[in-house]
Design a protein around this ligand. Structure first.
Ligand code: LLP
Length: 453
């Protein structure tokens, strides 16, 4: 049987035992299935922690080299639970939250308010008040309306709100390509592009923030996209932000202290794909911002970044049990083996939503059967309910087999739904040959409890 275990795209703690069964951080897959059932999200704690620490160390070292400080915020939208927030904080990261719900989890984990950032393009008054109450380190303002809203709520609370203004630089990245355009047709941030000689929306919001005594303008924020494998977009965006910072200083005398370069660091989902290397990207970005700042004649600000996927994605895998196997003749000579598992688009919407590709293997046993072209599908009532679009599985794949899908740690559980009233799977952490439940499995009773009849 061909297997990619151990190796990418699997977490560093996975192996196969002598019988070919998966072992995650010392725990045999049979034990995981017996204790927690399937489907289940499994997190390799040591792998997650080492990715968090690796990003922090790489950026701290590279930015120290050019004389700048840097903070790493873990983007909680990728996967957030009390334990995950605690782990990343223990590894020296701060936490970036996008809603009041994420903020509540970070606070429950004991992350100090000062180490939390609050995002969102449409924060409610309650969310802004909760952020101010918690004394968060930064609220990232996403519109001109929000400059006034945060200022008014800060005044009411009798505090000065630390804010950053989120700008769009025209660099939009994802996958291998990035394109530079003057205007971006999307909802986030404020464009740096000026029209008809007027101030750009970004400059207008920055000037408004400087003018409000209830706000302390910490700096400028830019997030260019997600699953980025070509690092050049980060450098172009950073240069644009540093130019805007220098222009604001010329206009107002205020040289803001901080620049956030967002997240988006790409990972390997399939065998043979190569993730961005944090050491390499940190060095490249640090060198690039240093030369941009020197050309502008401005001292370097303190930087921050917000990786989400790169911290948790590769640390996670999903276990499923095969229920049915059905050969389907799709073309003259082409038979695709449809392998149905006990989860699907409710626990991983990414294939249906983005056409995302994953890798899966039969992990309960070793098979010497010839591989067949398979598609792993879920149990939902849609033909687009695909878990793995295309993968070679052993020809004797059968009901009862346990299947693992690699690199599902990011945006799986966090985007899960209850479509078809399917309860969401548990999040199980594995470390030092022991497993524990971080988030328990939902039950149909949980779902019925919400229904008021
Ligand atoms: N910072 C900001 C402001 C963001 O909007 C995001 C992601 C991140 C950081 C973290 O990006 P990461 O390092 O995880 O790529 N649901 C999509 C991804 C959406 C990302 C949204 N923002 C997916 O499953 O691919």
């Amino acid at each position: 049987m061909t297997t990619t275990i151990p190796g990418e795209p699997w977490s560093t703690g996975v192996a196969r035992d002598d019988e070919g069964a998966l072992v995650v951080a010392g725990v045999p897959v049979a034990d995981l299935v017996a204790q927690h059932g399937t489907p289940a999200y499994v997190l390799d704690e040591a792998d997650l922690r080492s990715r968090a620490a690796g990003y922090r160390r790489a950026f701290e070292a590279a930015f120290a080299e050019v004389g700048a400080g840097v903070d790493v915020y873990y983007a909680g939208k990728a996967l957030l639970s009390v334990a995950v927030a605690r782990w990343v904080h223990e590894e020296g990261l701060r936490v970036d939250t996008a809603t009041g719900g994420e903020l509540a989890v970070a606070l429950r984990a004991g992350v100090p308010g000062a180490h939390i950032g609050v995002h969102g393009n449409n924060k409610s008054d309650d969310e802004i008040r909760a952020a101010l109450d918690a004394g968060v380190g930064r609220i990232i303002v996403d519109s001109l309306v929000e400059v006034d809203r945060v200022a008014a709520l800060a005044a009411a609370a009798g505090v000065v709100a630390p804010v950053m203004v989120r700008v769009t630089t025209g660099v939009h990245a994802g996958g291998h390509e990035y394109i530079s355009t003057a205007h971006e047709d999307q909802k986030f941030g404020l464009s740096v592009a000026a029209a008809d000689g007027a101030d750009s929306p970004a400059m207008t919001a920055l000037l408004a923030a400087v003018a409000r005594p209830e706000l302390h303008l910490l700096g400028i924020h830019s997030h260019i996209g997600s699953q980025i494998l070509d690092p050049s977009g980060f450098e172009v965006a950073a240069r644009t932000v540093l130019e805007l910072r220098a222009a604001l200083a010329l206009r107002t005398g205020v040289l803001v202290d901080e620049v956030d370069l967002g997240g988006g660091y790409g990972i390997a989902y399939l065998p043979g794909e190569v993730a961005l290397d944090p050491d390499r990207i940190a060095k490249d970005v640090a060198a690039s911002v240093a030369s941009s700042a020197a050309a502008l004649g401005t001292p370097l600000p303190r930087f921050s970044i917000e990786p989400g996927r790169a911290i948790v994605g590769p640390a996670g895998l999903t276990l499923y049990t095969v229920g049915t196997v059905k050969p389907v003749r799709v073309d003259e000579g082409l038979v695709r083996t449809y392998v149905s598992v006990d989860g699907g688009m409710s626990d991983n919407i990414r294939p249906a939503l983005y056409g995302a590709r994953y890798h899966a293997e039969v992990v309960g046993r070793l098979s010497s059967a010839e591989p067949v072209l398979a598609r792993v599908v879920g149990k939902h009532c849609e033909s687009g309910d695909i878990v793995v679009h295309e993968v070679q599985l052993p020809g004797d794949v059968r009901a009862g087999d346990v299947l693992a899908v690699a690199a599902t740690g990011a945006y799986g559980r966090s985007m899960a739904s209850n479509y078809n009233h399917v309860p969401r799977p548990p999040v199980v952490a594995v470390r030092d040959a022991a497993s524990r439940v971080l988030v328990r499995r939902e039950t149909v009773e949980d779902l019925l409890a919400l229904d008021q009849g």
